[in-house]
Design a protein around this ligand. Structure first.
Ligand code: KIV
Length: 238
């Protein structure tokens, strides 16, 4: 299968091809996901919740994302590997993005439009950037559906800045539809309805591994139950 690149993801919208994206945080999961043919693997700062057990993503550091990006990069050959720029990292936008690329990322993701000048500076250095609008976990007080039409304006701003795709998190489905229509770059939704150009999930949520998964995250398998069963079988055999 052909290597996925940022321009190919951007082109998927024109070809009417839906984009699939999952998070990964280590070598073994990354290798499994890559071999399925999934388009994008994201080293999300959701690692703060599902790996480090924090309540939110604010405490995730550059060192955390670098550590997990290096591990994931070892398992990825075909999918596009995107890494999150964590909370506070846009103060040194370009050098932090470059560090993530050195660790094996092939693009970076940035939340919101408040640091748009940093986003532009990163793109100017030739690093592909994925935007992220709607609910922004790095700064949100509460996770709730975002209904402001301002999101359409923000999406256009990101498109003009040169992002290759935009994640829409917890955006009202009709607003997500309007954004998807308004921009030429693909939208990738999470809890934002069916009208986006692709969908993303946190892998630990969809695999049934994270005990505090949000309601909007569909569980495709209950790995917690499977693992408990396997461990009990092992204990009985000890
Ligand atoms: O950090 C993350 O996992 C994300 C996804 C929710 C898109 O940003």
């Amino acid at each position: 299968m052909e290597k996925v690149t940022a321009p190919k993801i951007q082109g998927a919208k024109l070809e009417n091809r839906k984009i699939s994206m999952l998070t990964a945080y280590d070598y073994s999961f990354a290798k499994i996901f890559d071999e399925t043919g999934i388009d994008i693997i994201l080293v999300g700062d959701s690692l703060g919740n599902v790996i480090l057990g924090f309540e939110n993503t604010k405490a995730v550091t550059m060192a955390d994302v670098l550590h997990h990006t290096k591990a994931v990069a070892k398992g990825v050959t075909r999918s596009l590997l995107v890494a999150d720029l964590p909370f506070g990292s846009m103060k040194k936008a370009v050098s932090n993005a470059q560090e993530l690329m050195k660790a094996g990322a092939e693009a970076v993701k940035i939340e919101g439009t408040k640091t748009i000048e940093g986003t532009k500076a990163i793109i100017k250095e030739g690093i592909p950037v994925m935007g992220h609008l709607g609910c922004l976990p790095q700064t949100a007080q509460k996770y709730k559906i975002q209904r402001s039409p301002e999101i359409v304006v923000q999406a256009k701003l990101l498109e003009q800045a040169g992002v290759f795709a935009i994640v829409l998190e917890l955006v009202d489905p009709e607003i997500a539809r309007a954004v998807t229509k308004a921009v030429k770059v693909p939208t990738i939704g999470i809890g934002s309805g069916p009208h986006c150009d692709g969908q993303v999930l946190v892998s630990y949520d969809m695999l049934g591994l994270y005990p505090n998964a949000p309601k909007h995250a569909k569980k495709y398998v209950d790995l917690t139950a499977e693992i408990s069963k396997a461990v009990r079988t092992f204990m009985a055999a000890c």
